[in-house]
Design a protein. Structure first.
Length: 129
């Protein structure tokens, strides 16, 4: 079933990435005030969990590339917020929450993939002619 929906994932993953980029570009005065460990960090974890799951669903054999790309996206989004005139600062806590979410998303996606793959022991060895 998920295999048939892979084209949808290949459309949703970049759209989700663009939505995250748009959210990271919002000026600080457009955001609610947040404490160090608040719902903001949970939003970061959830956003990057979804990022990891969607990209892994779209490209199931690209775990390492998704991890590297996701980590770069997380750090560069924080750098962007710091250098642009949107009154936001680089936040290591946000980048770590992004990394945690990405790791959880990739772990969940890999777990699902392993769960869906038939066990090699269920099949007889191939015949040699």
């Amino acid at each position: 079933m998920l295999e048939r929906l892979r084209p949808a994932a290949r459309a949703l993953a970049p759209l989700w990435t663009l939505a995250l980029a748009a959210g990271f570009a919002l000026p600080a005065d457009a955001l609610p005030e947040a404490a160090l460990f608040s719902a903001d960090k949970l939003l970061h974890v959830g956003a990057f969990l979804d990022f990891g799951v969607l990209w892994l669903w779209a490209y199931p054999r690209a775990t390492a590339r998704i991890l590297i790309g996701g980590l770069l996206f997380a750090v560069l989004s924080e750098v962007y917020q710091h250098v642009m005139p949107i009154n936001r600062q680089f936040s290591l806590a946000d980048a770590l929450a992004d990394a945690l979410g990405l790791a959880l998303g990739l772990a969940a996606g890999r777990w699902w993939q392993r769960r869906r793959e038939p066990a090699a022991s269920n099949f007889p060895p191939p015949r040699r002619s």
